[in-house]
Ligand binder design. Structure first.
Ligand SMILES: Cc1cc2nc3c(=O)[nH]c(=O)nc-3n(C[C@H](O)[C@H](O)[C@H](O)COP(=O)(O)OP(=O)(O)OC[C@H]3O[C@@H](n4cnc5c(N)ncnc54)[C@H](O)[C@@H]3O)c2cc1C
Length: 424
C-alpha cells in the first residue's frame, strides 16, 4: 500500500491504530508530545492513568489476538486474573449479582503497565518508530488530500495520518480550517469526578474486584481492584455534580455512602500508597465522522478523538481495540475510500456501546437529557434484569457478558433471559 503512515498520539488509541497499520505500510511512525517513561510509570498526557482502568473481557480477548501471548505474560508477571463472577463482587443498581461462573476472566493491571507493555511490543515490529517528546502542530494539505504532518520534530511526509490525540483531538478544527464539513457532536452531560489512590490492604479483601455502581438518588460508586505488585486501586466516583472530596476525612465519608460495611473496613484499614488524585470528566462526547459528506483523503480519526465514553463503564480501550481490528479489515480492501469505510465500520462498533451507556446514564434521574419512551421502557427492563441477576446465574451471566462487550446488548433480550427476567 502506501510507504509511510503517521499516528498522532501514542496512548492506547494511537498504539492500537499503529498495530493495525503494521504490515500495510512499510513504515509506521507514532508521535507523542510526552517523553515516554522507560518503565510502567505515569505520564502527563494520560492523566486518567492514575485511576482505575478496567480492561473489559472483550478488550483482553482482542488485545491478546493483536499481541499473541499478552494475557499469559501479564499473569506470569503477577497481574491478578479474576474469574467473573466467582472472584468479583458486582453491586449494580443496588443489587449484588449472584456468584456464578460466567466463563470469562478479567486481568487487572494499572494503566501505565498496560500501555507501557503494548508500547514496547509495538516498537518491536519492523518499520515501527515511536517519536516521543514532540508536539503535533497540524496536518499538511495538498488540495483534498493530507500529505503529512507538521510537528516540532519537523514535517513528516505521510500516505496516511491518523488522529489519535484523544478527546481534545483537533481534527474538527483542521477540517473547518480547510473548508471541509465538520462532524456533528453528540454529548451527554454527566459531570463526573474520579478520586483515586493506590493502597496496600493489611489483609487482602476476599474478592479480587469490588464494583459498586450508582443508584437513582445516589449517583456515586467505587471500584476496589487488586493490581500488579500487591497493590489495590481504589477509585471513588461521583456523577451529576455529586463529587468525592479530596481531603481524607471527606473522602472516606463519601465512600461510606456506597461501600458495603466489610469492604469499607478493609479499605479504611489499608495503607495508602499515593495521594488522593482527582480527575473531572464533564461529558461523554461522540463525533459523527461517519455522517460527514466530504472528508480529506489520507486522514483518519481514531479512539477518544472520535468517541470519548463515560469512563465508569470502562469501555474506551476495548472500543479502540475493536476499531483497530476494523481498520485492519478496511485496509485489506485497499486505500480507496478508506475514511468513509472505516468511519462506517467504527460507527457500527460505537453505536451499541453508546446506547448502552446512554441508557445507564439516563437511568439516573440526576443526569439531564431527553428520555424517549423506548429508553424508559428499556431502563425498566434492565433494572428488573439486575434485580433478577441477584439470584439467577443465567441472567447474571448474560448481563456481565454484555457489559464486558463479549455479547451484544440484544443478548439481554434473548428468549431464555427474557423469560427469566419476566418471571422474576
Ligand atoms: C478518568 C478516566 C477513566 C477511564 N477508565 C477507563 C477504563 O476503566 N477502561 C477503559 O477501557 N477506558 C477507560 N478510560 C478511557 C481510556 O483512557 C481511553 O479510551 C484510552 O486512553 C484511549 O484513548 P486515546 O488513546 O484515543 O486518547 P488519550 O488516551 O487521551 O491519548 C491521547 C494522546 O495524545 C497525546 N497528545 C495530545 N495532544 C498532543 C499533541 N498536540 N502532540 C502530540 N501528542 C499529543 C497525549 O500525550 C496522549 O498520549 C478512562 C478515561 C478516563 C478519563
Amino acid at each position: 500500500m502506501g510507504r509511510h503512515a503517521v499516528v498522532l498520539g501514542g496512548s492506547m488509541g494511537g498504539l492500537l491504530a499503529a498495530r493495525a497499520l503494521v504490515g500495510h505500510y512499510e513504515r509506521v511512525t507514532v508521535v507523542d508530545r510526552d517523553v515516554f517513561p522507560a518503565g510502567p510509570e505515569h505520564r502527563k498526557g494520560v492523566s486518567q492513568g492514575k485511576h482505575f482502568h478496567a480492561l473489559l473481557l472483550r478488550g483482553a480477548e482482542v488485545l491478546d489476538r493483536m499481541f499473541p501471548g499478552l494475557v499469559d505474560d501479564f499473569v506470569a508477571d503477577g497481574v491478578p486474573r479474576s474469574n467473573f463472577l466467582r472472584e468479583a463482587t458486582f453491586v449494580l443498581n443496588g443489587q449484588q449479582m449472584v456468584r456464578t461462573d460466567t466463563g470469562a476472566s478479567a486481568i487487572q493491571l494499572t494503566r501505565p503497565l498496560l500501555e507501557g507493555t503494548i508500547r514496547s511490543r509495538l516498537a518491536s515490529y519492523p518499520g515501527v518508530k515511536v517519536v516521543d517528546g514532540h508536539e503535533v502542530l497540524d496536518p499538511v494539505f495538498d488540495g483534498d488530500r493530507v500529505t503529512g504532518v507538521r510537528t516540532t520534530a519537523g514535517v513528516l511526509d505521510a500516505d496516511l495520518v491518523v488522529d489519535a490525540l484523544g478527546r481534545g483531538g483537533r481534527s474538527r478544527k483542521w477540517l473547518a480550517d480547510h473548508g471541509f464539513p465538520v462532524p456533528a457532536e453528540d454529548s451527554i452531560d454527566i459531570d463526573t469526578m474520579y478520586v483515586s489512590r493506590l493502597v496496600r490492604p493489611k489483609v487482602p479483601y476476599r474478592d479480587k474486584l469490588v464494583l459498586v455502581g450508582p443508584v437513582p438518588g445516589r449517583p456515586t460508586g467505587f471500584a476496589y481492584a487488586a493490581q500488579e505488585g500487591d497493590r489495590w486501586m481504589l477509585t471513588v466516583v461521583g456523577m451529576a455534580g455529586d463529587h468525592p472530596p479530596t481531603d481524607e476525612e471527606g473522602f472516606l465519608a463519601f465512600l461510606r455512602r456506597s461501600a458495603p460495611p466489610e469492604v469499607f473496613e478493609s479499605i479504611a484499614a489499608a495503607e495508602p500508597l499515593t495521594e488522593l488524585r482527582p480527575h473531572r470528566f464533564p461529558a461523554s462526547l461522540r463525533r459523527r465522522y461517519e455522517r460527514v459528506r466530504r472528508f480529506p483523503e489520507g486522514l483518519l480519526v481514531f479512539g477518544d478523538a472520535m468517541c470519548s465514553f463515560n469512563p465508569v463503564y470502562g469501555q474506551g480501550m476495548t472500543v479502540a481495540a475493536l476499531e483497530a481490528e476494523a481498520l485492519r479489515r478496511c485496509l485489506r480492501a485497499g486505500e480507496h475510500d478508506l475514511a468513509r469505510r472505516f468511519f462506517r465500520a467504527a460507527a457500527k462498533i460505537i453505536d451499541p456501546v453508546w446506547q448502552l451507556n446512554a441508557g445507564g446514564d439516563l437511568a439516573l434521574p440526576e443526569i439531564p437529557g431527553r428520555r424517549p419512551p423506548v429508553t424508559r421502557a428499556v431502563n425498566r427492563y434492565v433494572a428488573r434484569l439486575q434485580r433478577v441477576a441477584g439470584h439467577d446465574p443465567v441472567v447474571a451471566k448474560a448481563f456481565v457478558r454484555t457489559i464486558g462487550l463479549l455479547d451484544p446488548p440484544s443478548s439481554m433480550f434473548a428468549p431464555r433471559v427474557l423469560a427469566r427476567v419476566v418471571r422474576g
